[in-house]
Every structure is written in structure tokens, then in C-alpha cells.
Design a protein around this ligand. Sequence first.
Ligand code: ARG
Length: 255
Amino acid sequence: PFAQYSKAEILADAKRERGDPAKLYLSERKSHELAHKCGGAYIGDGWVLTAAHCVPKFDLGPIDGRARNLITDRRIRMGTQNLTAGGAVFQIERVVVHSGYEPENKPHDIAMIKIVDNGQTARLGARLKTIRLHSPAKPLFNNEDVWVYGWGWLSPRAPGTAARQSVGGTTQRNPTELQQAKLKHVSGSRCQSLYKAWGPGMLCISGAGTGRDSCQGDSGGPLVRIEGNEKVLVGIVSQGYGCAYKDMPAAYTRV
Ligand code: ARG
């Protein structure tokens, strides 16, 4: 069921030297780590909000000789905090990508996915709630607390050559249980020199010296503000340099 990598890709990857920036450590990973791609947030009526770079193109290329695309090969699991179990798994009916998105610098990194259940608009059980969208009338203020959720890698990525390895030299891993991190919304002036497509459609989010950050695999997932008892969707995990480096805020798409 995990069609993200072919056997040939896994074998070729195993032959690369440790520390080779192209090495993905595929043979060391559990199958759920090979399959997990991105997060998303359910906004109602069968629509999931995610990042545009999570749905890069419909043609995903051949795997073990078989053509594959997003519709045939990807599924969305929702309504559980466990990456591999529970909730329900849905098929994708269609994908809408923001027309201003481009993969190079990732402006407008936002997309909508319509999920279906046996050809019908998906009906969702009681465990799954629709998240309310942030109102532009109440912009985030500087240093406001925000929360991010996801199954992305758990350790900071080592700088330089050892991509996909953490600073301690171990392989970065996806957890099976959903993680959360409390972060801070900071002034855009901290991000605009780092991100080429920086603009009003992005949010600058910092770990504020705590060593917390989102990381690979968290993309597309929700950034929320808490209003009273309710979580409100303010942003989408988009891009960063490495993970959890000091003074390296990440860019999120403003919802
Ligand atoms: N682009 C990454 C993904 O596809 C998310 C990067 C977030 N990085 C960060 N340092 N906050 O999962």
C-alpha cells in the first residue's frame, strides 16, 4: 500500500554513503515513514486544506513499472492522532491549487483537496471536527502564541551534508503519534530576507529560542490560534531552512 518509493529507489538509496545529502535512509525507515507525505486540516463539506507543494503534480512517475498519480496512489487519513491506525481513510476526488503558486519560491503555498467515500462526498464521524478559518478582521499580533500539529520529523536536521540526519547523527524519524508545538508569530521583517517570495500571504513563525519548530512531513498541517476554547486555523506549514535552527523562523501560508 505504500507507493511512495519503488524497490529500485530503496535499493539505490541503500547504496549511498551515510552523510550523502541525497541519501534518504529509506531502508532504515518503517513503511509508514515511507508513505507519509504531509498534514492537512479539515474545513468542511469534504474539503481538506493543505500546502500546494504537498500536491506537486498529478503524475508521480512510475513505481515498479506502474504509472501512478495523486488520485490513484494517495489517500487521506483523518480523525485519529495515530499516523497508521484509526479514524478513516479517504480517496481524493480532485485538487485545487492556488493559481499564484510556483514551486521555486513557493508563494501562495496552499491547495484544497476534495475527499470522497465510495464516490460520495465524504461523511465524517463524530471524532472529526471542522476547523474554523481565521478571520482577517483579527490579525495575529507580534509575539502571539500559536500551535502547530503534525507527524513530521522529530529532531533538528544536521546542517550541511547530512540531510535527513539529525544533529546527533541519527536518522530523522516520523512519530506514530501526533505531535504539537507551541510557537510564536513574529514580525515579517524577520522572514523577508530569508524567503524570496516573502509577502502578505505568509506568516513568520519562530520557536523563540525554545528549539521547537515544524519539520519535514509537517507541511500542509495546521497552524492555529486559540480563541477562547476554540482552535482557529491561521496558517499552513510551508517552508523552512533545516529544522529548529537558532534564529531561523519558518514561513507559513496565511489562511
Ligand atoms: N517543507 C516541509 C515539508 O514539506 C516543511 C518545512 C517546515 N520547516 C521548518 N523548519 N519549519 O514538510
